[in-house]
Design a protein around this ligand. Structure first.
Ligand SMILES: C[S@@+](CC[C@H](N)C(=O)[O-])C[C@H]1O[C@@H](n2cnc3c(N)ncnc32)[C@H](O)[C@@H]1O
Length: 250
C-alpha cells in the first residue's frame, strides 16, 4: 500500500469512529466561525458548491440553505457519516444537497464543473496537498474560488512541534500549513490570494503519556508559540491561529 493510501485508511478508521460521537461533533462546532465562513463566500451566486472533508455537514447544510439555487455536495472518506447526512437530507426534504464518499485522493468531479470549493478543518488531512490544489484548479470554473479554513503552523515553529503533538492521535494528520506555505501552494498552482481572516482556537489532547512526553521535550519558546500547557496531565494547545483564506482561480 502506498503511503497516501495508508494515511487515508488511518483517517477513515479514526473518523468513522469519532464523527458519530456527539461530544466530538459538539467540540468542532463554532457558530461564530460558521457565520464568518458564510460571510466570506457571500456576495456571489453559485451553481455548484463542493465541501471537501464535510464531516457532519456542519458547513454544507447551511450553505445549501443560504444558496437555494446552488447544488451543494459534501464529500468525505468516512462512509458512516455520509450515510447519516444523506438520511438527514431525505428526512428534511432538502433538494439541493447531497453527500458522497470518495477515496480521499481524487475529487470525483469533472473539469470546470464547480464554482466554489470550501474545506473546513480538513486540509491538514490531505495526503498530497499539491495534488489536491491542482485538482481543485482543474474542477473549478475560471474565477471560481476555494475557501480553506484550517489551523496554521506558527511561522516560528521550525521543528513542526505542533505536528508532533497532532500525529499522536493517528487520525491521518499530515501537517498544518503556515500562512505562507498555504499561499505558496495555491499561488504556485494557478490561484491568487483573496480575503484572509484569522481566527483562533484552543483544544486539549486526551490524557495520554505520549503527549506529556512530547511536552517535556518541547522548549519553552516553542510552547509559547501556541501557549501549550500541561494542566494536571492534560496537554492543551491554548492558542492556535486558524486561517480562513479565499483563493481565486486565475
Ligand atoms: C475535523 S473534521 C471536520 C469536519 C467538517 N468539515 C467540520 O468542519 O465540522 C475533518 C474531516 O476531514 C475528513 N478527512 C480526513 N481525511 C480526508 C481526506 N484525505 N480527504 C477529505 N477529507 C478527509 C474526515 O473524515 C473528517 O470528516
Amino acid at each position: 500500500m502506498n503511503t497516501d493510501v495508508e494515511y487515508v485508511k488511518q483517517a477513515k478508521e479514526s473518523f468513522n469512529r469519532i464523527l458519530s460521537n456527539q461530544k466530538y461533533a459538539e467540540i468542532i462546532k463554532d457558530e461564530n466561525h460558521l457565520s464568518l465562513l458564510l460571510d466570506l463566500v457571500s456576495g456571489s451566486e453559485y451553481r455548484t458548491i463542493l465541501d471537501i472533508g464535510t464531516g457532519t455537514g456542519y458547513l454544507a447544510f447551511p450553505l445549501a440553505e443560504k444558496f437555494p439555487n446552488a447544488c451543494v455536495c459534501g464529500i468525505d472518506i468516512a462512509e458512516g457519516i455520509v450515510e447519516k447526512n444523506n438520511a438527514a437530507v431525505r428526512e428534511k426534504g432538502i433538494s439541493n444537497l447531497s453527500f458522497q464518499v470518495f477515496d480521499g485522493l481524487s475529487f470525483p468531479f469533472s473539469v470546470e464543473s464547480v464554482d466554489l470549493i470550501v474545506t473546513r478543518y480538513a486540509f491538514h488531512h490531505f495526503p498530497n496537498a499539491t495534488n489536491a490544489v491542482l485538482q481543485m484548479n482543474k474542477i473549478l470554473q475560471k474565477g471560481g474560488a476555494v475557501l480553506v479554513s484550517d489551523p496554521m503552523r506558527n511561522e516560528n515553529d521550525e521543528n513542526r512541534v505542533i505536528d508532533q503533538f497532532m500525529k499522536v492521535k493517528k487520525d491521518g494528520h499530515i501537517r498544518f500549513y503556515s500562512s505562507g506555505e498555504l499561499e505558496g501552494l495555491f499561488v504556485g498552482n494557478g490561484f491568487r490570494k483573496g480575503t484572509q481572516v484569522i481566527t483562533d482556537m484552543k483544544f486539549p489532547f486526551s490524557r495520554q503519556e505520549d503527549y506529556v512526553n512530547i511536552y517535556e521535550q518541547t522548549t519553552e519558546r516553542e510552547k509559547a508559540l501556541y501557549n501549550i500547557t500541561n494542566d494536571s496531565g492534560v496537554v492543551w494547545v491554548k492558542h492556535i491561529d486558524v486561517g480562513n483564506t479565499v483563493f481565486v482561480k486565475q
